[in-house]
Design a protein around this ligand. Structure first.
Ligand code: GLU
Length: 418
């Protein structure tokens, strides 16, 4: 077993552990844990793609549907070399939790293809995207399972996918996928939704901690879609963004970084630190002085090895799974307010839901309307989780899981599944 698959197996096991704790706390029995600890369906597909050199390469892809008692399943598709079945399964469970916390009429789903888009041409990516849709087309659909962008997939890829699906079905099906370009029925605000949602969570956390936003010091780990927009929004709001990072390294300046300049200079995969000499290693960034730490990169970044040295008062998880269970316990005991991933990064799927609603009704909203509705759902989610955390004296992650899983468990019971 490679290190990567072991990590994903651990990720799935930790998710299952917290799911069972949450269900137990809510008074459900072992039968409910048994139902919700694994996706109801997981499909593995093999996708032959003609590469530019004329040869065919066969890619492996997955789609997991965690639970559809509440409604169709919903969640992104990632294109990444490290995708595994366990990872897709864990991510589908997290999507269920996000939808539950935001009270969306969905269960969670997730897809992934093992590939490296950075090493593929535009044409190869298009053929892979269309091939993936052909492979899963019987399994998904606007009232069944609705994909969306995730790590290293974007609105262009969604456009190819919706086109392929509409051709197969022989009618225009914009509600099949979200995160589409505006001209194909995308929603205003979808591109920045995850970052906007994280900003809203930072505001709520600052209020709880009575820290003023002006000059609050922020470290953002990761400069992809969520991380770069987030750094921009925090900078524009008057906070001091003292640290950022990408896969190659990190920049830290206690006086604040020039974020507009960094945004101008980064490439399309979010790389910018290679242009600087004074970088620090990525792992050092997390333990630098700051008020708010936002892991917006990948899984397993805050672990028992560094949780004791984190200097932030607030951690807001913009990435999926950046903090381990053990590290969650350590930072909670140290009085750091942790806003967990399943709450903090729900902005993306919330605006995806708005996109789907607009597609279904054929009537489109302004950006202000979308943002105002996003604000309502995000802040309501925060208060439900924070209040349960205080009332039941459980950490913020367990509180979020309890809020996130309750409706799905009740719906499963009403349907007679358990
Ligand atoms: N991939 C995003 C997530 O992990 C968005 C999913 C969606 O919009 O359905 O939350």
């Amino acid at each position: 077993m490679t290190a990567k698959t072991t990590d994903h197996a651990t990720l799935l096991q930790s998710t299952q552990l917290v799911i069972s704790q949450a269900l137990h706390r809510l008074g459900f029995g072992d039968d409910m844990t048994d139902l919700l600890r694994e996706p109801l369906r997981t499909l593995t597909v093999r996708i032959p793609v003609r590469m530019d050199n004329g040869k065919v390469k066969v890619f492996t892809g997955y789609r997991a549907q965690h639970n559809d008692a509440v409604g169709p399943t919903k969640g992104g598709v990632r294109f990444h070399p490290d995708v595994s079945e366990e990872e897709v399964k864990a991510l589908s469970i997290w999507m269920s939790l996000k939808c539950g916390i935001a009270d969306l009429p969905y269960g969670g789903g997730k897809g992934g293809v093992i590939c490296d888009p950075r090493k593929m041409s535009f044409g190869e990516l298009e053929r892979l995207s269309r091939g993936y849709v052909r492979a899963i087309s019987q399994f998904v659909g606007p009232t069944k399972d609705i994909p969306a962008p995730d790590v290293m997939t974007n609105s262009q890829i969604m456009a190819w996918m919706v086109d392929e699906y509409s051709r197969i079905r022989e009618f225009d099906s914009p509600g099949f996928i979200t995160g589409k370009p505006l001209v194909l029925g995308g929603s205003h605000g979808r591109e920045t939704a995850t970052a906007q949602g994280v900003v809203m969570m930072i505001y709520e956390a600052l209020k709880v901690k009575s820290i003023p936003l002006k000059d609050a010091r922020v470290i953002v780990q990761g400069f992809g879609n969520a991380g770069s927009y987030l750094a921009k929004f925090m900078y524009e709001a008057g906070a001091k963004v003292v640290g950022i990072s990408d896969v190659n390294g990190a920049l830290y300046d206690p006086n604040g970084l020039d974020i507009p300049d960094l945004l101008d200079r980064r490439d399309s995969f979010g790389t910018v630190t290679t242009m600087f000499k004074n970088t620090i290693p990525n792992e050092d960034l997390l333990i630098q002085p700051c008020d708010i730490l936002v892991p917006a990169a990948i899984e397993n970044q805050i672990t028992e090895d560094n949780a004791g040295q984190i200097q932030a008062q607030i951690i807001v998880e913009a990435a999926n799974g950046p903090t381990t269970i053990e590290a969650t316990r350590i930072v909670t005991e140290r009085g750091i307010l942790l806003v967990p991933d399943v709450l903090a990064s729900a902005g993306g799927v919330i605006v995806s839901y708005f996109e789907w609603v607009q597609n279904n009704q054929g009537y489109y909203w302004s950006e202000e309307e979308v943002m105002q509705k996003l604000q309502t759902l995000m802040t309501r989610g925060f208060h439900k989780v924070f209040e349960l955390h205080q009332l039941k004296q459980v950490d913020m992650r367990l509180a979020a899981y309890m809020v996130g899983v309750r409706k799905m468990a009740e719906a499963s019971r009403y349907r007679g599944w358990v």
